[in-house]
Design a binder for this molecule. Structure first.
Ligand code: BES
Ligand code: MN
Length: 455
């Protein structure tokens, strides 16, 4: 093991340079004009995996290619097989004006690397690649077979990865999946995450008059779709932060006393958290702590709201339509398909007869929960402790990685979530960053992990 750790130390600077190269690709999966950048990014990654000694192929899909890279297999060996999953696509960088320096020109300040995708997710899976590189380049025998599956459509719902898993089920069958695409409370609190929230996305459009109308000549005689939409949305949540859709909470599993205690152990400074988000006061479902609200309770968020004239100055119209993009976060045992029906029926009931409602169904993903006390979880806890030098905590995450449920169904294996992001990494926000200490501790965690998982 020592040569592996020494190799990681000796190649520090190069690893950081390579992460900068990787972050330089504007691999924004949501925006069609970046298609070529995604391909170039995947090609860079394939090259990189080959150069460190992995057997690598680029798998084309109906969308962006998937990179599959395997440690060299020994014929006849009975080593356990693990998958490492990551994504090379990133969220849109907009609004550009809020970035201190351009999102795809990585900048290092002290022990922090700034750039879109640095934390979510390029830096996190690169740490695992570096750990495996250290084994391969020092000739240290790996106690496991490892396959990296790195996709380019996570931020838009992973629809082609699901198909790819079905087509390659036998090759990818494994004992477990490792994902570092989530967070830890601090460098002193490395964590094993045992639950993720699910997601349900919909778009609601209310159509009023067939075109924008003069609001003086016609206003008062037709319903205003923007107003109708506001009223409809406002009715979906009460003043205590509870969602009012009948049946919405039916399948929510209550937190056990044990879990409530575990979550209460997580470090949390309410005032710092409030300031970080820049709000005058926190708000959430009454009767739950902030950590519980964010990780163990379902939510409804309006992600985007558009109607009427948005330009400078005023324009006196009754808009022709109004649109809201909405996502719900789900917790065990809520199911997106069942909730979609419940939500649509309720919206239909609320919609007044003087506008026409159109609902577009978006992506869905089930919540995920796994026992944090199984043998693999305990192995991961040991690797975390050794790499970070602190006792790890158990936590739930509020974000979603829907593909973990496909891994479970199709590969019959559970996922270990070993995040390397810090709470202030600004994922999906301007000035995303990745902490270089997290990067280095992550590599060491990766190195210890294979030994512990095999033992
Ligand atoms: N890495 C995040 C998910 C995440 C963040 C999990 C923090 C746990 C903690 C991932 O890239 C992401 O943003 N996923 C989307 C999924 C959606 C597009 C289906 C999300 O959670 O919004
Ligand atoms: Mn991610």
């Amino acid at each position: 093991m020592q040569p592996v750790l020494d190799y990681l130390d000796q190649n520090r600077e190069r690893f950081i340079r390579e992460l900068c190269d990787y972050v330089r690709f504007p691999s924004v999966s949501a925006q069609p004009q970046h298609r070529k950048d995604l391909e170039a990014c995947a090609a860079w990654l394939k090259n990189h995996c080959e150069s460190i000694g992995l057997q690598t192929r680029l798998c084309s899909t109906a969308g962006n290619p998937i990179v599959v890279a395997k440690t060299p297999r020994k014929p006849g060996s009975k080593r356990p097989h693990f998958l490492v999953y990551g994504h090379y696509d990133v969220q849109p960088p907009e609004p550009f004006e809020l970035w201190k320096t351009p999102p795809f020109e990585p900048r290092i300040e002290g022990r922090t690397l700034f750039g879109r995708g640095s934390s979510d997710n390029k830096g996190q899976h690169l740490a695992h690649l570096n750990a495996v590189e250290a084994y391969l380049k020092t000739g240290t025998e790996l106690p496991c077979d490892i396959t990296f599956v790195i996709e380019g459509e996570e931020e838009v719902g992973s629809s082609n990865l699901g198909i790819f898993l079905k087509e390659n089920q036998a090759e990818l069958a494994c004992e477990g999946i490792i994902i570092s695409d989530n967070g830890i409370p601090s460098l002193k609190h490395p964590a094993l995450t045992y639950a993720l929230r699910g997601i349900l996305a919909i778009e609601v459009i209310l159509h009023g008059p067939s075109r924008d109308l003069h609001s003086g000549i016609y206003g008062g005689s037709v319903n205003n779709p923007a107003m109708a939409l506001c009223q409809l949305l406002a009715g979906l949540r009460d003043k205590n932060g509870r969602i009012t859709i009948p049946g919405f909470y039916d399948d929510v599993v209550k937190l056990s006393t044990f879990e409530k205690k575990q979550l209460a152990r997580l470090p949390f400074n309410e005032d710092a958290f409030r300031k970080f988000m820049g709000v005058p006061e926190l708000f959430g479902e009454k009767g739950f702590t902030s950590v519980e609200q964010r990780t163990a309770r379902p939510t409804l968020e309006i992600n985007g709201l558009t109607s009427g004239y948005q330009g400078e100055g005023s324009k006196t119209i009754v808009p022709s339509w109004a649109r809201a993009k909405i996502t719900f976060r789900l917790v065990p045992d809520q199911k997106p398909d069942k909730l979609r029906k419940i939500v649509l029926a309720h919206l239909k009931k609320l919609c007044p007869p003087n506008v026409r409602m159109e609902v577009k169904s978006g992506h869905g993903g089930e919540p995920y929960i796994v026992s944090p006390t199984g043998p693999q979880a305990r192995a991961a806890m040991r690797a975390l402790k050794e790499a970070f030098g602190h006792e790890p905590v158990l936590m739930r995450e509020g974000g979603s990685i829907p593909i973990v449920n496909d891994f479970k169904k199709l590969l019959k294996a559970e996922t270990l979530l070993l995040g390397l992001a810090l709470p202030d990494d600004n994922a999906h926000s301007p000035n995303e960053k990745f902490d270089l200490d997290c990067f280095e501790k992550g590599m060491r965690m990766g190195a210890f992990l294979w030994r512990e998982l095999a033992s």
